[in-house]
Design a protein around this ligand. Sequence first.
Ligand code: NAP
Length: 241
Amino acid sequence: MPERAALVTGASSGIGFAIARVLGEEGHGLTLAARRPEKLAEAADTLRSDGFDVEHVAANLADEEEIRRVVAAHRERWGRLDVLVNNAGVGIAQLVADIEAKRVDLQLGVNVRSVILFYRECADLLRAAGAEHRNALVVNTSSLSGKSGQAWLNVYSATKAAVIGWTQAMNSELNSDGIKSVALCPGFVDTAMTEFIREHVAQEDMIKTADIAEAVRFLLRTSPQCVVPEIVFQRASESAL
Ligand SMILES: NC(=O)c1ccc[n+]([C@@H]2O[C@H](COP(=O)([O-])OP(=O)(O)OC[C@H]3O[C@@H](n4cnc5c(N)ncnc54)[C@H](OP(=O)(O)O)[C@@H]3O)[C@@H](O)[C@H]2O)c1
């Protein structure tokens, strides 16, 4: 049984999958959650075949009961939670005049509401880890568009700005319990989510998922006294912006 445990949402591909791998390498038992069962099972099997201890739970994280089910499965399997990664997200591009309420609700539900509810459901486990080693960690995947709102990605930008505000609030509420929160704010990362932009932004010019995952490895190493509230990743070609 690993000495530490992590729960990663949106772990079936892209950034979440890369972070899960690093957390496995760093000795954590893993619970992976994502929406599509077959894709998630495949990701979990890949990590198992690489020698990691993995639980996986397919769930629609826009649904409160599904979030409870994921946390219950994690609790049952590992009995502790040292690292929570709120990474599942969805982005829908629409001009303001065309915005549909159901698409607003979906982005708010997955990108913001689920983050809030995961904190609530995991608070006791995180507090127990914080009391034990003062270094419980919550990683929230925001976006560069949460720092500077983008045309078309208007609602998505607003949800990601909300994640930054929530992360700040959680640090002021939970740091004294040994729980540190960080918002990751990347520009374009080479994942399925950025397929739509590949004709304008070359894949090789995008940030790599492994670079984001390495930042999480760094966060595991910081001392209990050190809080890193936000990490911004820009593409080299944008670094003068
Ligand atoms: N790629 C970028 O340029 C970029 C930049 C900044 C921030 N981000 C953020 O990074 C995070 C990960 O995205 P990614 O780029 O790695 O894309 P990705 O490979 O498409 O991963 C998205 C993950 O979220 C899961 N997910 C989506 N909706 C869900 C729902 N309702 N319930 C449960 N899981 C759900 C997906 O599962 P299914 O595939 O089964 O739906 C998948 O595992 C997102 O929060 C995204 O907003 C991405």
